[in-house]
Design a protein around this ligand. Sequence first.
Ligand code: PEP
Length: 252
Amino acid sequence: MRRPWVAGNWKMNGSHRANAELLSSLGDVSIFSDIDVAVVPPTVYLQTVIATVAQSSLSVLAQTVSEFESGAYTGEVSVAMLQDLGANGALVGHSERRQLFAETDKQIADKFAALKNAGLQAVLCVGETLAEREAGETLAVVSRQLLAVLDRHGPEAFDHAVLAYEPVWAIGTGLTASPEQAQAVHASLRAVFAAFDEARANQLRIVYGGSVKGSNAAGLFDMPDIDGALVGGASLLADEFLAICKAAQKSA
Ligand code: PEP
C-alpha cells in the first residue's frame, strides 16, 4: 500500500499576510495521520513558511531549483540553499517551467539528480498538452519525460521521489481528467517504470494534478494507481485543500 501524498502548489501567489492566514486556517495537518502533506510556496517565502510549520508534520517544497551547484547563475537558487533553509525538496519539470521557461528534459533530469544527491525529495511533473492528447501522443510524451530521468539516473533515484501526472490542458483550466483517463496514464507510467524495476514501480507514488478540488478528489483517489494530488488553485483555499486531504486520508 502506497501512502497518499497531497501537495499544494501556491505558484506565484501569496504575501506574508496571506500565507500566515492560509497556514493558520489549515491548522494541524497531523490529524491526517495516514498521508503526507506538503505546501509549495514561492521561493522568497520558504524561510517564513518553514519556520511557521516547524512543529507540524507539513513538509515544505520549492517550486523549482537550479541544476547548478553554485556560481554565476544570476537569479537562481541552488539545492544547497534549499537545504540550508530547511526545505524538504522541490518540484521539477512543472509544465509552466517547461512551457514558459523552456526547461528541457535534460535540465529537468539534472535538477532531479541534484535534489536526489542532496537527499532532498524531488517531485517530477510530466504531462501532455491538449494538442498532444488529440494527436494520440499522450503516452509517448509522458513516457519520454519520465525516461529522461529514468534512463539517466536509474530507478533507485526515485526512492522517496514522487511522480506527478499533470495534463497541461487540465492545469488551472477547470478541466479535470476523468478518474479513468488519469488512471490509464498512471498505469502506463507505472508499467514504463516496472520495465526497469518492478518492486520500485509498485512503491512509486504517482499523483495526479490538474484542477483537483474537494468535489472531484475522492473519485480520483479511488483509482488503484492514483496515489494523491498535486493541487494548484484549490490549495490557496484552506477549505478546499483540507477537503482534498480528507479524501486522501479516506483512501489510505
Ligand atoms: C498545478 O499547478 O500543478 C496544478 C495542478 O494547478 P491546478 O490545480 O490549479 O490545475
